[in-house]
Design a protein around this ligand. Structure first.
Ligand code: PLP
Length: 495
């Protein structure tokens, strides 16, 4: 297996290059040129082993130029001791068929930890092979959760610097405090005046700016990415969908007609990983793509037209406030039959006009694989309330969007087969909104809200959130979106 660029498939690299580099020089994303297909025997083996063994078995297939020892070392390092349980992705069954795949028991209380605890290991191992001793500079654009998870993953990792840009009006208080109080000698955090798309476009532009790259090279440095454009972010996410399937088999669930997967979606990374799991043989029936009112994906799945020219809403599920879903490019590459020219054309249209329309065959394939739905902020809160009062299950705002769209899907299709719902964050990360959904009582500070939520729900406060109350703010610099390059230079102390 090698990796090719979605915009020029003559570009062919190993896993280490794809991970160390992050993005192809032509602006395309790296994808495997073939996928392994698991047999019943493989699933039987995987069902009998723990999460780390599952991860090793699956990721070995993708890390073509890693030795077995290297892969094992990375996975042991990532998943030993950093999650609340030995199983970092446990399932809570609600009602008869809703399997909440809880991906928020890691150090930053959001699903990004599953990949970002592992990525630093994958990246430093890759960099040793291909960077010739250069320091890796990780640039991150975040809608709130990636930033913190990447900072935690990369803090004080040798021979790396990490620089995070977040939209200063677009993240929750808790998310902001998590990032601005980050410890570590190699970490840098900036708020930018703009939204997530501005941050992401800015970062992508820096990646393909030759002048900036030369400047880094002169200083013996090299850029890489911890965003889900990096293959090293996506591959670890495939693992938990395979793992969820194995856990359901182990429980004796009847899955002969497959199961559905619902994912609260922003950048299309998490749901793409579920698609790849399906492609590798996991019997996933429908992929249900849940959006908030920034419903660019719902519209795309229905119409085949992707149009980002619309109002941007800052919502109570901020990690999904995105109008340019980067990983959709990988999906379209796949559905076009690996047609790099076609993908490059759509992406050029998106850059120039803010929209593109896919061919009929892609549109049809897309709507067969996916069901797209969305809900507004009020419905999000109502859904939190509904599942809390009916089942005593408290979910965060992002997961609530998924639950709401799951309900819509059942109402529309009657298809109530077993379903895995990606539960992407701890409700405490969005305590303010979650609290307003379950009680009329008010609290007068962020941490008073956390305590009140604990009183109302009796759900344990995660340690990383409790700790924040006394955390010291280290970073409060805000820059204009046009000043991102100088922010990078100042962080790296180069000029
Ligand atoms: C990042 C994030 C999402 C969106 O995931 P994508 O992979 O970008 O689609 C959903 N929920 C939470 C809590 C997140 O942090």
């Amino acid at each position: 297996m090698n990796y090719i660029s979605t915009r020029d498939k003559s570009v062919k690299v190993t896993a280490a290059v794809a991970i160390a580099q992050g993005l192809s020089n032509d602006g395309g994303l790296f994808v495997p040129d073939s996928f392994p297909k698991f047999t019943d025997k493989d699933f039987e083996y995987l069902t009998g082993v723990d999460y780390k063994q599952r991860a090793k078995f699956i990721l070995k297939q993708f890390l073509n130029d890693f030795t077995e020892e290297e892969t094992d070392y990375c996975i042991e390092g990532a998943y030993t001791g950093s999650f609340q349980n030995e199983q970092p992705a446990p399932i809570s069954l609600i009602g008869k068929n809703a399997n909440l795949l809880e991906l928020w028991h890691g150090p930053t209380c959001a699903f990004k930890d599953l990949a970002l605890q592992l990525l630093p290991y994958l990246l430093t191992t890759s960099a040793k092979k291909v960077n010739g001793g250069k320091k890796a500079v990780i640039l991150v654009a975040t809608s709130g959760d990636t930033g913190k998870a990447a900072l935690e993953g990369f803090k004080d990792v040798e021979n790396t610097e990490i620089i995070v840009f977040y939209p200063c009006e677009g993240v929750s208080n808790m998310q902001k405090l998590q990032m601005s109080s980050q410890k570590g000698e190699n970490v840098h955090v900036f708020g930018i005046k703009g939204n997530f798309d501005d941050a992401q476009s800015g970062v992508k532009k820096i990646f393909s700016d030759n002048l900036v790259k030369e400047k880094l090279a002169e200083n013996n440095m090299l850029f890489s990415s911890a965003n889900s454009i990096n293959w090293g972010r996506l591959a670890p996410q495939i693992v938990y969908y395979v793992s969820a399937y194995c856990d359901m088999l182990k429980r004796g669930e009847d899955l002969k007609d497959g199961f559905n997967v619902v994912v609260p979606t922003g950048n299309f990374g998490n749901i793409l990983a579920a698609y790849y799991a399906k492609k590798m043989g996991v019997p996933i029936n429908k992929l249900i793509c849940a959006s908030n009112v920034n419903k660019v994906l719902t519209d795309f799945i229905k119409t085949g037209k992707y149009n980002r020219n619309r109002e941007f809403f800052a919502t109570n599920s901020p990690s999904m406030d995105i109008l340019i879903s980067s990983n959709l490019e990988r999906m379209i590459f796949e559905l076009s039959g690996n047609n790099d020219k076609e993908v490059a054309k759509y992406q050029a249209d998106l850059a120039e006009k803010g929209e593109f329309t896919v061919s009929d065959s892609i549109k049809t394939a897309m709507s067969e694989l996916f069901f797209g739905g969305f809900c507004d902020e009020k419905q999000t809160l109502e859904t939190i309330n509904k599942y809390f009062s009916e089942y005593g299950y408290l979910c965060d705002t992002h997961t609530a969007v998924a639950m709401n769209v799951y309900d819509q899907y059942i109402a529309e299709t009657g298809d109530d087969r077993p379903t895995v719902i990606a539960s992407t964050a701890s409700p405490y990360k969005f305590a303010n909104s979650v609290l307003s959904a379950v009680t009329d009582e008010k609290a007068d500070s962020d941490f008073a809200e956390v305590r009140l939520l604990n009183k109302v729900s009796a759900m344990e406060i995660p340690e990383p959130i409790a700790e924040l109350e006394n955390a010291k703010v280290r970073f409060n610099e805000i820059c204009d979106k046009t000043e991102m390059v100088s922010a990078v230079y100042s962080a790296l102390k180069i000029d």
